[in-house]
Ligand binder design. Structure first.
Ligand code: ADP
Ligand code: ZN
Length: 228
């Protein structure tokens, strides 16, 4: 089996967390969310957490070297050898280049970009409730987390002024990453404006095609062509 190595790209509120969790669960591989790791560090008041708290509350980006250290440590663990799903990373071209360095001995990465219009994102984020304990997005109309039964809260960076800041930052700094991956033949865009299950089905069909193709290719010592 070719390991599934995927990074989800897309603006805040696009549904990266939901889709990344579903994909990781189906394949029994870890979902690595830099946002979750950073929020845990803040709650646990680790050194990184204390440094990052203000940055997170303002919706700004944590320094590339800090994020690279987190990801490099996480990817070196045994459970990431069979594949992984990155969520919220990379977020800058520097991080994408750093990730390529970390992956020199591994098969290439696929970036799945979840595309959603801006007015829809603002609507989703300002209504979003998440689990205080595990960060999962809550289902509509429920009072506790469906994963761990933890209490729901609004993220401190989901208030409207910060949401607008995060969206602007995304356009300026992170959106250029789609070009980075597109030019390498590693980008798969999906329409994230549809229901979660439709988006998931689209991603699953793509993963089937893409990774079955890769497995067949490596079995026959095939060329480097891309099946995207
Ligand atoms: P969202 O995608 O909804 O904005 P995340 O949970 O991915 O939220 O990230 C929350 C915050 O954590 C970001 O606003 C940023 O401050 C920080 N963060 C997460 N991932 C990165 C990263 N790869 N580089 C820099 N900062 C990050
Ligand atoms: Zn939870």
């Amino acid at each position: 089996m070719t390991p599934i190595r995927v990074a989800f790209l897309g603006p805040p509120g696009a549904g990266k967390g939901t889709q990344a969790a579903r994909l990781a669960q189906q394949h029994g591989i870890p979902r690595i969310s830099t946002g979750d790791i950073l929020r845990h560090a803040v709650h646990a008041r680790t050194d990184i957490g204390c440094l990052a708290k203000r940055t997170l509350d303002r919706g700004e980006l944590v320094a590339d070297d800090v994020v690279m250290r987190i990801v490099s440590e996480r990817l070196s663990r045994a459970d990431a050898r069979r594949g992984f799903v990155l969520d919220g990373f990379p977020r800058t071209v520097e991080q994408a280049a750093g990730l390529e360095q970390l992956m020199v001995d591994r098969d290439g990465l696929i970036a799945i970009e979840i595309v959603v219009g801006e007015s829809e994102l603002i609507r989703r984020l300002s209504n979003r409730m998440v689990c205080r304990d595990c960060g999962n997005a809550a289902d509509a109309g429920v009072l506790t987390c469906h994963v761990c039964a933890g209490p729901l809260t609004q993220r401190t960076d989901d208030i409207e002024s910060v949401v607008l800041e995060r969206l602007a930052l995304y356009r300026r700094v992170t959106a250029p990453l789609t070009e980075f991956y597109r030019s390498r033949g590693q980008l798969y865009p999906v329409d994230g404006g549809r229901a979660c299950d439709r988006v998931e089905a689209d991603i699953n069909a793509f993963i089937q095609r893409r990774f079955a193709f890769r497995a067949a290719e490596s079995a026959s010592e095939g060329s480097e062509s891309i099946g995207v």
